[in-house]
Design a binder for this molecule. Structure first.
Ligand SMILES: Nc1ncnc2c1ncn2[C@@H]1O[C@H](COP(=O)(O)OP(=O)(O)OP(=O)(O)O)[C@@H](O)[C@H]1O
Ligand SMILES: [Mg+2]
Length: 343
């Protein structure tokens, strides 16, 4: 027996295998309602264990809301939705103090951000001040309402949607704010076959089994989706702790840094991946390893998450943009350019 095996070849640990089983169950449950090859349920599960947030891009009617609701039910997590509009105030997100004339007291009314799975619909429709109220909450895990600091529930996962087509009257998220999302997931149209499957599944006459009713503020989404709870907030937090235990070898760490640095001088890239971006890339790679049931990361984990974790952080040069080059292609190019090296 090799007495000193290279760290990245250590055997799988039981806790990682258990984590994989739970995460696969979560994804399988969401896939009972979401039809399509887009690995959106997988990205959401990885974001949950990585403690990150997801920017969901897609035209109307591609199941963004359906996905997020299904996810919250299957994860057993509280769900709220905020529709972002041009007149939405920061306090509509975070909360405010209200005066009660009856007893002459001010009391704190917590806003809809106080939940576990938050659907921030059409985040680019609200002005910058309101967007940044949410993004601050995402970054800090707490909210300050008129001087009082309130911690957010845990886990806390924001799924923010953006419609990539309709841009009139929107306030595009500044780069610094986009950088705060762990993944950007682009939801495409289903294939012909998938769309037919979807029609089969959802146009049947028998009403689907509904989930037990819970208080709107505390419980998962109320939905008629035929779904079961497979996780709990406690287990989700445990999975976050396990993801943090996933071993990262020097080769993987060096690979992440070289990828990030490469984008900073890459042709076609105006603004490359920030150090926050390389941290996120590593966090995502760990979550991916756990998702695969491994207690250690390999360079393939980095490759697998690179586009979802990096493309939204790149700003394409105007020239490349004119030529129709997209950020995800530049990330793929970076993966080709940068070789994995042993330290
Ligand atoms: N891939 C899919 N799998 C399952 N159902 C789908 C899929 N695509 C669309 N649907 C169905 O289409 C309907 C609309 O979906 P949903 O409301 O989730 O879309 P949306 O992306 O949130 O739209 P909007 O941008 O208008 O809010 C739902 O009934 C949903 O079940
Ligand atoms: Mg919707």
């Amino acid at each position: 027996m090799d007495v000193n095996p290279p760290q990245e070849n250590q055997g799988d640990e039981a806790w990682a295998t258990d984590a994989r089983r739970d995460l696969q169950a979560l994804v399988a449950e969401v896939r009972r309602v979401y039809v399509g090859a887009t690995p959106a349920p997988e990205w959401m599960a990885m974001a949950l264990v990585a403690g990150g947030h997801v920017l969901l891009e897609g035209v109307p009617g591609v199941a963004k809301t359906t996905l997020v609701k299904a996810f919250s039910v299957a994860a057993g997590c509280g769900f709220r939705r905020i529709q972002f509009t041009p007149d939405l105030l920061p306090s509509d997100v975070t909360g405010t103090t209200v005066y009660s004339p009856k007893d002459g007291q001010f009391s704190l009314r917590l806003g809809p951000v106080f939940t576990q799975v938050l659907l921030a619909d059409e985040i680019n429709r609200a002005p910058a001040r309101t967007q940044s109220a949410l993004l601050e909450a995402m970054e800090e895990g707490q909210v300050t309402i008129e001087g009082a600091t309130e911690p957010l529930p845990q886990p806390f996962l924001v799924l923010a949607t953006q419609n990539p087509v309709e841009q009139t009257g929107t306030f595009p998220l500044p780069e610094a704010q986009v950088d705060r999302f762990l993944f950007r997931v682009v939801l495409g149209y289903p294939t012909e076959e998938e769309e037919v499957t979807m029609l089969h599944r959802f146009s049947s006459a028998t009403p689907p089994v509904s989930t037990p009713e819970r208080p709107a503020t505390a419980g998962p989404a109320r939905t008629a989706l035929p779904l079961h709870q497979v996780l709990s907030p406690e287990r989700a937090l445990e999975l976050q702790h396990l993801a943090a235990r996933v071993h990262v070898g020097d080769a993987v760490r060096a690979y992440v840094v070289r990828l990030a640095r490469h984008t900073r001088s890459q042709p076609g890239v105006y603004l490359g991946v920030s150090p926050r971006g390389s941290l996120s890339l590593l966090r995502a790679a760990r979550a991916r390893a756990l998702f695969e049931g491994r207690a250690y990361t390999v360079p393939d984990d980095v490759k697998a998450v690179a586009v979802a974790a990096m493309a939204h952080r790149l700003v394409v040069t105007p020239q490349a943009d004119l030529e129709g080059v997209e950020a995800h292609q530049l990330v793929s190019q970076a993966l080709e350019d940068v070789a994995v090296r042993q330290p």
